[in-house]
Design a protein around this ligand. Structure first.
Ligand code: LP5
Ligand code: MN
Length: 250
C-alpha cells in the first residue's frame, strides 16, 4: 500500500530537545513506511539562512537525507517562519522544494497544498509584514548580515509576532472562507491541506456546487505530533508520540 503523509508546523528549534527527539524518531520509524512525505511549512521555528551551522539543524538535515536514502520521497514547502530555506538546504537534506500553493495528484484526485498563511487575508498587518519580508531585495540584504545579527533580528521578529498575535482577535488569524473557495476554484480542486493556524480539523465546504474538504494540520509540541495520511482514496490522522502511535479516521 502506497501511503502519503502530510506534516506541518513542527517548529524545530535548538532550545526544544524533546521536540527534536520526537521528530527524529518520526523520521526514523513512521515516515519510512510512507512513499512520500510532504512538509507543508514551518518545519523550523525560524530559519536565518542555509549557512547556519547549528549542530541540531545539521542533525535534522542528515536525518531527512537518511529518510530519502531509505526510499521515501520528501517534498518541502516553506512557511512564514522558515521561508529562507534555500537550495543548499534542499540539496543537503534530499528534499524537493514545492511552491505555495502546490497542486498534487493523489489517487487520481487534485489536492491543493498550502502552508495557509496567505489565506489569512483578514490579518492585514500580517499580510503587510509578509509582503515586506518576502521581497527578494529585503531577503538579499538580510542574508548579507553576519549570523549573530540575523539571529538577533529573527528573535526580535518572533517576539514582536508573539506580542502581536496575543492582541489580535482570534477570528482574523484564521483562513478567510472566500480566499479558500477562490483558491480551490482557481486550482480546480476539491481538497485543500494546510497548516499554520494550529486549529486541526476536517472541514466540509462547497465549491461551485460540489462538496469539498479542508484538512487543517496540527502544530507539534514536545510530547506529541500529528500527521495526515492518505492511501487509495482514504484519509486519516495519526498521532505521533514518543511511546506509541494511534489512528483515527479523518
Ligand atoms: O508564526 P506565528 O503563528 O507566531 O505568527 C504568524 C505571523 N507572524 C510571523 C512572524 C514570524 O513568526 C517571525 C519569523 C522569523 C523568521 C526568521 C527570519 C527573519 C527574516 C527576515 C527578513 C528577510 O509570520 C503573525 C500572524 C499569525 O501568524 C497568524 O496568521 O498574525 O503576524 C504578525 O504577528 C505580524 C505583525 O502583525 C506585524 C509585525 C511587525 C513586526 C515589526 C518588526 C520589528 C522588528 C525589527 C527587527 C529588526
Ligand atoms: Mn505558520
Amino acid at each position: 500500500m502506497t501511503e502519503t503523509l502530510f506534516v506541518s508546523d513542527v517548529h524545530l528549534a535548538p532550545e526544544r530537545p524533546a521536540l527534536l527527539a520526537l521528530f527524529t524518531q518520526f523520521l526514523a520509524t513512521r515516515a519510512r513506511h510512507a512513499a512520500q512525505v510532504y512538509f507543508l511549512g514551518d518545519l523550523f521555528d525560524r530559519w536565518i539562512g542555509d549557512d547556519d551551522p547549528t549542530p541540531d539543524y545539521q542533525a535534522v538535515i542528515a536525518q531527512l537525507r537518511a529518510l530519502r536514502d531509505h526510499g521515501t520521497q520528501c517534498y518541502l514547502m516553506s512557511g512564514n517562519r522558515d521561508f529562507l530555506l534555500g537550495r543548499r538546504f534542499m540539496h543537503a537534506a534530499g528534499c524537493q522544494p514545492i511552491p505555495d500553493p502546490a497542486i498534487i495528484v493523489v489517487a487520481g484526485e487534485r489536492v491543493l497544498l498550502s502552508h495557509g498563511d496567505h489565506l489569512c487575508t483578514d490579518d492585514l498587518a500580517y499580510q503587510r509584514f509578509r509582503r515586506r519580508v518576502r521581497h527578494p531585495l529585503v531577503q538579499w540584504l538580510f542574508l548579507l548580515q553576519p549570523l549573530a545579527r540575523r539571529q538577533q533580528i529573527a528573535r526580535r521578529y518572533r517576539q514582536q509576532s508573539q506580542t502581536a498575535t496575543a492582541r489580535k482577535p482570534t477570528a482574523i488569524m484564521d483562513v478567510n472562507h472566500h480566499a479558500v473557495v477562490a483558491a480551490l476554484t482557481r486550482h480546480q480542486s476539491l481538497r485543500l491541506v494546510h497548516g499554520h493556524t494550529h486549529r486541526p480539523a476536517d472541514h466540509q465546504l462547497h465549491v461551485q456546487g460540489q462538496s469539498a474538504q479542508r484538512h487543517v494540520l496540527a502544530a507539534w509540541d514536545d510530547q506529541r505530533g500529528e500527521v495526515l495520511a492518505t492511501a487509495q482514496g482514504n484519509w486519516w490522522r495519526e498521532s505521533v508520540d514518543a511511546v506509541t502511535g494511534s489512528k483515527s479516521a479523518a
